[in-house]
Design a protein around this ligand. Structure first.
Ligand SMILES: Cc1ncc(COP(=O)(O)O)c(C=O)c1O
Length: 313
């Protein structure tokens, strides 16, 4: 099995303080300030929000005596990549339930799957139709009986433990910049947005949807945060500009151009699926004067850089 050149166990007990890097961006107003929270630097393989979302789940799995982790994802999934690495580093087994039975042919594997397999993850490939049942209690019970010593983590690592783990990120930002006003994060399932909003009830947390027609996520996000809290929004567009760039895994020339400018200006990398869309939305919202004059805005870099290497679009 591929040997990981790091010790996750140590990192699991203590979140690493990542930099809050100042953002220089011409669309900012004269009294507005912005920073990017560099959680892409928290771990080379278990990056960004994935590190936080997995941490409490792995501790729960270990405490309950499970020998492995079982989870769900697509061929390019950051969560599959991170779970494979985390399990390997914790001497646990891992199984990925992967969308697309055509992937049973080894030649069709993405680099995400190849690396996850090198880290020891075993795969069960299922049809797209079967994969739609990933939240279905009967199928989950069936999988649990097939893999009795595996702790089951939902797609994207998104569950109540993941939501509560995002509190660590807010605590760090509060230390680094106590009077911040807004935070923008990318949204897939909404668990990251929910955790950040729940932990910062006095601030505005805006989620940028990476997928089309993301409104169906709102009841689940509201349930995670608590119905009484209203300090969050799920944004999918400003004016005529759609933030999802055509849908999950799709992009536009505008998003790519903004991504490249931002990367050059700040000497960092963004991923095409989530954080490039986040930065493009930030720029659009500034241009449309959506932030008050003295806003102090945090952009949450949630990692996902393996998606660049994996060749996902
Ligand atoms: C890099 C990256 N950023 C953001 C997200 C969105 O997180 P969530 O699913 O919690 O909304 C994901 C989701 O998987 C991700 O991989």
């Amino acid at each position: 099995m591929y040997q990981t050149p790091f010790s996750l166990k140590q990192v699991l007990t203590q979140p690493r303080m990542t930099p809050l890097q100042p953002v220089t961006w011409s669309s900012l107003g004269p009294h507005q300030q912005a920073w990017i929270k560099r959680d892409d630097l928290n771990h080379p393989l278990i990056q960004g929000n994935k590190w936080h979302k997995l941490r409490h789940n792995i501790l729960a799995a270990q405490q309950a005596g499970f020998a492995g982790l079982l989870t769900f994802g697509g061929a390019y999934s950051n969560h599959i990549a991170a779970t494979a690495a985390a399990a390997a580093a914790c001497n646990m087994k891992s199984v990925g339930i992967i969308r697309g039975d055509e992937l049973a042919q080894h030649q069709a594997w993405s680099t995400t799957l190849i690396h996850a397999a090198q880290l020891g993850m075993a795969f069960k490939f299922v049809s797209r139709q079967q994969y739609r049942c990933r939240h279905d209690a009967d199928w989950l019970a069936q999988l649990q009986s097939q893999y009795p010593d595996y702790y089951c983590i939902p797609e994207g690592g998104s569950n109540a433990l993941a939501v509560s783990a995002m509190r660590d990120v807010i605590q760090q930002i509060n230390q680094q910049c106590p009077d911040w006003t807004h935070l923008l994060c990318a949204v897939g399932t909404g668990a990251t947005l929910a955790g950040l909003a729940k932990a910062a009830p006095e601030k505005q947390i805006w989620g940028i949807a990476s997928l089309k027609q993301a409104d169906y996520l709102m009841p689940q996000i509201a349930a995670w945060i608590g119905q009484q809290q209203t300090n969050w929004q799920l944004l999918s567009q400003a004016g005529k500009v759609a933030f999802h760039g055509g849908g999950y895994g799709k992009t536009t020339p505008d998003i790519i151009a903004t991504q490249q400018l931002f990367e050059q200006a700040h000497q960092l990398q963004l991923d095409p699926i989530y954080t490039a869309k986040l930065i493009h939305a930030f720029d659009t919202l500034l241009q449309q004067a959506c932030f008050p004059e003295y806003s102090k805005i945090i952009l949450y870099h949630s990692g996902g850089l393996q998606g660049r290497a994996a060749g996902s679009n």
